[in-house]
Structures are given as structure tokens and as C-alpha cells.
Design a protein around this ligand. Structure first.
Ligand code: SAH
Length: 368
């Protein structure tokens, strides 16, 4: 069941212990509510619920009462049984009072109280739909999110309603927060007992320095979990309709970083493999790559595509061949972020789509 209630300006009483309630408080405050937190015992005081539109019971996942237990609910409020029973009685009593007063009650799960941890998340290539369910769940539970330029950032406030959002993104060539600084932040926040989410574009282990962040956490004995993401290496070509493999055309693909020019040996290896070559961070080194592959014997008519800003409104594909792509990309002013695809699969993709413009352009450049 999904109820839609406008909480803006409404008085909401959150019943639970401070630490356990922190995410719940942040979520309701983010919805514009006038939120007050009281402990289980205080909620039973006369007048505690006056004017409340909604009472939120923050209970432990194991059921049976508020978290953390004991000290929160004195025996006087709920009889003299063992602590867990007392809490249950308080919760039952509260529900009854709310029912009598016509106040809605919702139950929310308590945030874990204890040592913090880090979740390293791959956010995919930018489309919200390509964020995994695991990634969305971790964001929902996050106290702080450190994110990058390439991560799907537009919906972050909604995806991580209880979190402090920190942009540690880097513009190419301008490191805003150095990697060591990011590693330190992850460890520092986790040691404060927070659930830290590190959100990266694509997959965290594909040119994402995710393994360095994992190593920093492990070295500091901070628990760290990795949630893989949809890498741009496969998904951005797909966004342009280009399959990285195609039966009878290419049965392998190699993903290469183009952030620095490759060696002659690497050019030879790549050209000799005979499969698809996918290059990330390769716009500025495209001329060296093309020249190197040419020297290594790749034929000039090999189709090449540059797919810029995959999954954004301004996604664009520029197609050509090894002989023409540098001029074509220059004329189109291709820019990062872009994925380069080199191989016959480019022709397959453009044909599959029946992309008349691309095809015409490609045929034209193949002929020239
Ligand atoms: N971990 C990421 C890659 C990080 S390197 C992943 O798995 O996708 C950054 C490079 O990824 C960019 O320079 C670009 O080549 C590529 N990239 C990431 N997102 C992209 C997008 N939406 N469109 C085009 N290229 C993208």
C-alpha cells in the first residue's frame, strides 16, 4: 500500500532513541515536516502528542520495541516486566492513544547503532533506471554520500533522503578532492559510526579507483562492501545501439583506458586481437591511438564510433573509420565523457538501428 500525504508544515512526533532515529528524522525533515523526537517514555506524558498529525514509532528490526532498549523506557511508564516487554507495552499503549486521538501511526525501522561502514557503489552510466536495487537500498540507508561527476547525481536527494551529500567529483585535469583525501574521508566518517556510501559512475572497479578505496577501508579496519554497477564500457555503446560482441563478427572485446597514450607494444596487441576495442577516457588521445593502430597494421576502413554523454539528453554518436574518425571527431568537437568503439560491431550496430544518417555518414567516410 502506498499512501500519499503532504507532510509540509505538519507536526510529526518521532518516538525513538536519538541515534536509532537519525535517518527517520532526516527523512521527515526533508519532506518539510515540523518534526520532534521524544523517547518512548516521554511519548506517554500527557500532551506529548498534542497537535501531531502523525506519530512515527522507530522500532528495532527484531520487533518488540524501540531501539536502543532499556534506558529509554523506565519501568514506571510501562509496568515492571523485563525491558523488552516494557517497550512492547509502551508501543501498544501509544498505538491505543493515537487511535483514540485519531492520529496516524507509522512504524519505521531503527538505524543500526554501532560501528559505521562503507558501501562502494557503482551508479551506472547516468540513467536512474540503470542503478541497481542494491545500490538504491544502500543510498536509502546512507548517512553521508560522497559522489562523483559521472554518478547519477540528479536524483540523489530523493534516493538518499537522510544523507549529507558531498561532491568529491573531479573535472578532467582538476582534482577537486585528491584520492588520498577521499580515502581519508571514507574512513573518518565510518569511524564516526556513519553509514558512508561512495557513489561512483559506472562500475567502481572499472577505472574507478574503487579498489584503492576498498584497500584504504580494509587497512583502517572499516567494513566495506562493494555493489557493482553497469559499466559505461558496455552500456554506452549499447545506448548507441552498438553491441560489443556479435556472432560471426566479434567474439571478444577489450576495454582500454585512453587517459595516456598506449605503447607500440599495446597497439600491436590490440590490432592483432581482431576483436572489438572499447576505449574510456580516450577523446584527447584519439589521434595517437588511431595512428598507433594504423602503424600496427589495422586497416584504414575499420569502423570507429565516438559515443558522447551516453544516456543524457545530449547523447551523440559520431561514426567514421580509422582513416576518418580524427577529422570527424574534430569537426564535431567531440568531448569527454565519451566511449570510443573500434571494430566491425560499429557497422553492425548502425545497420541494426537502420540509422540512416549514421549509415550514410559511415558509408561516405568508408568510401573516402
Ligand atoms: N567506472 C566507470 C568508468 C570511469 S572512467 C565505468 O565503469 O563506466 C570515466 C570514463 O568513463 C569517461 O571518460 C568516459 O570514457 C566513460 N563514461 C562514463 N560514463 C559515461 C557516459 N555516460 N557517456 C559516455 N562515456 C562515459
Amino acid at each position: 500500500m502506498q499512501l500519499e500525504v503532504d507532510l509540509a508544515g505538519q507536526r510529526i512526533v518521532v518516538v525513538g532513541a536519538e541515534q536509532a532515529s537519525r535517518r527517520v528524522l532526516a527523512r521527515y525533515r526533508a519532506a518539510g515536516a515540523d518534526v520532534e523526537r521524544v523517547s518512548g517514555a516521554a511519548a506517554l506524558h500527557p500532551g506529548a502528542l498534542a497537535g501531531a498529525r502523525l506519530v512515527v514509532l522507530v522500532e528495532s528490526a527484531h520487533g518488540g520495541g524501540f531501539a536502543p532498549p532499556a534506558a529509554d523506557v523506565p519501568a514506571v511508564a510501562a509496568g515492571s516486566g523485563p525491558a523488552a516487554t516494557d517497550r512492547t507495552v509502551v508501543a501498544g499503549d501509544l498505538r491505543e492513544r493515537c487511535r483514540d486521538a485519531g492520529v496516524l501511526v507509522v512504524r519505521e525501522e531503527a538505524a543500526a547503532v554501532g560501528p559505521g561502514h562503507v558501501t562502494l557503489i557503482g551508479g551506472g552510466p547516468g540513467a536512474l533506471g540503470l542503478l541497481t536495487l542494491d545500490a538504491a537500498a544502500a543510498l536509502r540507508e546512507a548517512d553521508v554520500v560522497l559522489y562523483d561527476r559521472l554518478a547519477p547525481t540528479e536524483d540523489l536527494a530523493v534516493l538518499a533522503p537522510a544523507a549529507e551529500l558531498i561532491d568529491v567529483g573531479k573535472l578532467p585535469g582538476h582534482h577537486r578532492v585528491p584520492q588520498s583525501g577521499i580515502n581519508d574521508l571514507l574512513v573518518r566518517y565510518a569511524r564516526e559510526g556513519r553509514h558512508v556510501v561512495r557513489l561512483k559512475g559506472g562500475d567502481p572497479f572499472v577505472f574507478g579507483r574503487g579498489s584503492e578505496e576498498l584497500a584504504a577501508c580494509l587497512e583502517a579496519r572499516v567494513p566495506c562492501r562493494v555493489v557493482p554497477g553497469v559499466s559505461s564500457a558496455i552500456s554506452v555503446p549499447a545506448a548507441a545501439g552498438i553491441p560489443v560482441t556479435h556472432r560471426g563478427v566479434s567474439h571478444l572485446f577489450t576495454v582500454v583506458s585512453g587517459h595516456a597514450p598506449l605503447s607500440e607494444e599495446e597497439h600491436l596487441h590490440l590490432a592483432g586481437l581482431g576483436g572489438t576495442i572499447v576505449v574510456l577516457m580516450g577523446v584527447s588521445t584519439l589521434p595517437q591511438l588511431v595512428a598507433g593502430l594504423g602503424r600496427a597494421g589495422m586497416r584504414p576502413g575499420m569502423p570507429v564510433a565516438v559515443v558522447e554523454r551516453g544516456y543524457s539528453a545530449s547523447q551523440r554518436t559520431t561514426a567514421g573509420t580509422l582513416a576518418t574518425i580524427v577529422t570527424a571527431a574534430g569537426a564535431a568537437r567531440c568531448q569527454s565523457p565519451a566511449v570510443l568503439v573500434i571494430g566491425e560491431v560499429v557497422r553492425v550496430g548502425l545497420e541494426l538501428q537502420g540509422g540512416a544518417t549514421h549509415l550514410a555518414r559511415l558509408t561516405e567516410s568508408l568510401a573516402s
